[in-house]
Design a protein around this ligand. Sequence first.
Ligand code: SF4
Length: 496
Amino acid sequence: MLELKVLGDHSETEVPQGGCSSGSCGSTDDQLSHLSESVRQRVFNHPCYSEQAHHHFARMHVAVAPACNIQCNYCNRKYDCANESRPGVVSELLTPKQAVKKTMAVAANIPQMTVLGIAGPGDPLANPNKTFSTFRMLTEQAPDIKLCVSTNGLALPDYADELTKHNIDHVTITINCVDPEIGAKIYPWVFWNNKRVRGVEGAKILIDRQQEGLEKLVERDILVKVNSVMLPGINDKHLAEVSRVVKSKGAFLHNVMPLIAEPEHGTYFGLMEQRGPTPKELQELQDECSGDMNMMRHCRQCRADAVGLLGEDRGAEFTMEKIEAMEIDYEAAMVKRKKVHDAINAELAKATTQSQSVNADHAIPAETRPVLMAIASQGGGLVNQHFGHAKEFLVYEASPEGVRFISHRKTDLYCTGGDTCGDGDSLLGGIIKALEGCEAVLCSKIGYEPWETLESAGIMPNGEHAMEKIEDAVWAVYVEMYQNGKLTDNQTQMTA
Ligand code: SF4
């Protein structure tokens, strides 16, 4: 039997990097820091739940569930479900058998893949036969893969018991409101007891079922993450309440995501030009909710058929045509996978032990204001990318308490090669808009023209920390800003 070559074969001691590619997205994995040790043990190697893990472990989604039992105003299933996926057609809908073959092929080729999720493009629990037959086969044939499901929650109470029978210990429920009046603005109808129920009545059924499903899962010791789509003017003022309610019922993580809606998506909100939140609005809401709840900040709103580390999509390497031609020795793959996982776990444990307070050597007065900085990084937790080559920036906040990861901001490439590089005033305008709120951008290098434009827009370029660890670089720039009197009106002498 042909043994598949493990792509990006890593020796047992070498830890793969990638995704948003920082070795550590924050000096503290603060979204998990309040969890009990037992919960932390269950999520530490889940790329969606641990900021540390998402740089090292990969996930994939399989699109086996096309039908849906509700209508969301941000969804058009011709495109991916917007609650879990950025718009873009699912390349291939799969049968359960195909999904299992694809999952095992990916797991054999990308040994750092630990998690398989079913997230649409419809609702997995509105397609129970397809969903559970995929899970059943995978539980038997690939017991080292964790299984996840994302649901709108309408059918959830009916399947809570079935979910406990598989290798599933995490479920995501999309809960955008706990108030039916608000729900009626998001969900025009739900399909319930063989008929469409519209408006407030339909929204109430959905909300009640979501809450009942959440409680049932918690009773059965399944971890629940709640996703919410932030809709300015509709539920933005209400989501802190949602956070409180779902926390009180036992959800362990809340992921507030921005609405993605463009007219060309053909969704109601897209056509009505419902706007998404600005990065600042999103961060403010996440900060408001984080007083009550562990917040997820690195969700990439992946496609429903995403493959790879967060922030990368290797789906094109695993089309069904290519997979059909593969023979998979999964026994051999499991041995390889275990070695890779052990090496990553050892590296993560070391990183946790070394986790330090970057604040230790430079005390900054507590009243000093925080600063956001954008980082161009292509891996390893380092400031190591040319400004013009960044397709996204990592945003960190420095404050007297230290440095923490805030979010990713996607942008267009400033330098697309040769003749277009530097000719991009409008591109640069887009990047400046994407970096709204940031006062510095740290990169390995930057050209003169973008430097000037960024500086006049109030974003200070900085290439002095190339190849340094992100947290150290951010902190050094923060200290320098403080020392130069840029952070407070009434600074006291630094105690360095
Ligand atoms: S959509 Fe969010 S939760 Fe789902 S795999 Fe991507 S990052 Fe993880």
